[in-house]
Design a protein around this ligand. Structure first.
Ligand SMILES: *Cc1c(COP(=O)(O)O)cnc(C)c1O
Length: 397
């Protein structure tokens, strides 16, 4: 297939040729666990890697392959792999890099279950980690230890929305020969392309914006042919966190509208962030599109637009935050993000409840912080719901 069309075209066409599939406009769903060989010799050749072709769906599946090729094109990677969840992608990538005694340097704040995985790796496998704000090249170089084998970044950081300068970290890491892995879930490849900034591996919880419809749990990772082939043949194949063909098919369906959806998520979020900031019951708003955001200049440098997530604190205590949530009508209380429906969650008691209070506070997550995943509804209706709940909650303060 021809490469390097514009993003909006690749997201619809890459990795698929209807001519090779009986003219089917949409990639067929190969809902099959195994693939038959014409004869014993062909089976032998396929297992020996001497002949291309499918063997068993944990090792490869034609529907999944379309998704992987499309995603590789969108991230500008040589190769992408699909997984059964975002955490399967995170764990498969990290376990393929580290061994006992190694160290991972992480951004100050990671997804709650990634935090749990890092803790498990430390407790059971003696793989240590540290968190760093990564505010300057010097601070990154200083935080790298002799046994550091990986730099792991989320940007924007969940849920505080601080950013990490990907190019700066990639350059520092290159000096030490350490791969940089970026969880790009909050942006999708439409808003941010870490590989173009010199990072080595990109991970997605495809459950979020890539799917966009709230009906699939899945993950993706993309990087060099060499690294991703190693993941495919070891931690993906042998730990087994593969995606189902049907979920891959649903992701291909969702992905077609990624650019259209992202633009609307961003437009809505830009409007709502401004209204929230102006409301008397709101203490602070964390949104990389606000010129007052501490990392506004990094946002300009590496993100096409500031994204569809807004965190904010409301005046008062945890009880005020929870009372506010309970007043919402249109906006649903749920974790996850990137769906058509606007969702709100309370990180301290939900996504980051597993993180000890002390670490949570270091990450900047206090009890009145709320995270809003701005949906695709009319922004006026989303604001109407926020405003009535804010007014009701502020009467109580
Ligand atoms: C949701 C999420 C994950 C985990 O993905 P699952 O698909 O739920 O396993 C990882 N990182 C980030 C930033 C997420 O938002």
């Amino acid at each position: 297939m021809e490469k390097n069309k514009r993003f909006e075209t690749d997201v619809i066409h890459m990795g698929y040729d209807s001519g090779e599939n009986s003219g089917s406009l949409v990639p067929p769903l190969f809902q099959s666990s195994t693939f038959t060989f014409a004869n014993a010799a062909q089976g032998e050749r396929r297992f020996a890697g001497e002949e291309e072709g499918y063997i068993y769906s944990r090792l490869g599946n034609p529907t999944v392959k379309v998704l992987e090729e499309r995603m590789a094109a969108l991230e500008g990677a040589e190769k992408a792999l699909a997984f059964g969840s975002g955490m399967a992608a995170v764990s498969s990538v990290l376990f393929s890099i580290v061994k006992a005694g190694d160290h991972i340097l992480c951004s100050q704040g990671v997804y709650g279950c990634t935090f749990g995985l890092l803790q498990l790796m430390k407790d059971k496998f003696n793989v240590d980690h540290d968190f760093s704000l990564m505010e300057s090249r010097e601070s990154v170089l200083q935080a790298i230890r002799p046994n550091t084998v990986c730099i792991y970044i989320e940007t924007p950081i969940n849920p505080t929305m601080r950013l990490v300068d990907l190019q700066m970290v990639a350059e520092a890491a290159k000096e030490k020969g350490i791969p940089v892995v970026v969880d790009n879930t909050f942006c999708s490849p439409y808003l941010q392309k870490p590989l173009e900034k010199g990072c080595d591996v990109v991970i997605h919880s495809a459950t979020k914006y890539v799917c966009g419809h709230g009906d699939v749990i899945a993950g993706l990772a993309a990087g060099s042919e060499e690294f991703m082939s190693k993941v495919a043949m070891t931690t993906l194949k042998d730990m087994g966190g593969v995606i189902s063909p049907f979920d891959a098919w649903l992701l291909l369906r969702g992905l077609k509208t990624l650019h259209v959806r992202m633009d609307r998520h961003c437009e809505n979020a830009e409007k709502l962030a401004a209204y929230l900031k102006a409301h008397h019951a709101v203490q602070s708003v964390y949104f990389p599109g606000n010129p007052g955001h501490p990392d506004y200049s990094i946002a300009k440098k590496q993100m096409r637009r500031p994204g569809g997530l807004i965190s904010f604190t409301i005046k008062g205590t945890k009880e005020n935050a929870q009372a506010f949530m309970d007043k919402l009508k249109l906006i649903k209380i749920a974790v996850s993000l990137g769906d058509a429906e606007t969702l709100i969650q309370h990180p301290a008691t939900m996504t980051h409840a597993v993180v000890p209070r002390e670490d949570r506070e270091k990450m900047g997550i206090d009890d009145s912080l709320l995270r809003l995943s701005v949906g695709l509804e009319a922004w006026e209706d989303i604001w109407g719901d926020l405003e009535q709940a804010l007014s009701a909650a502020s009467e109580k303060c």
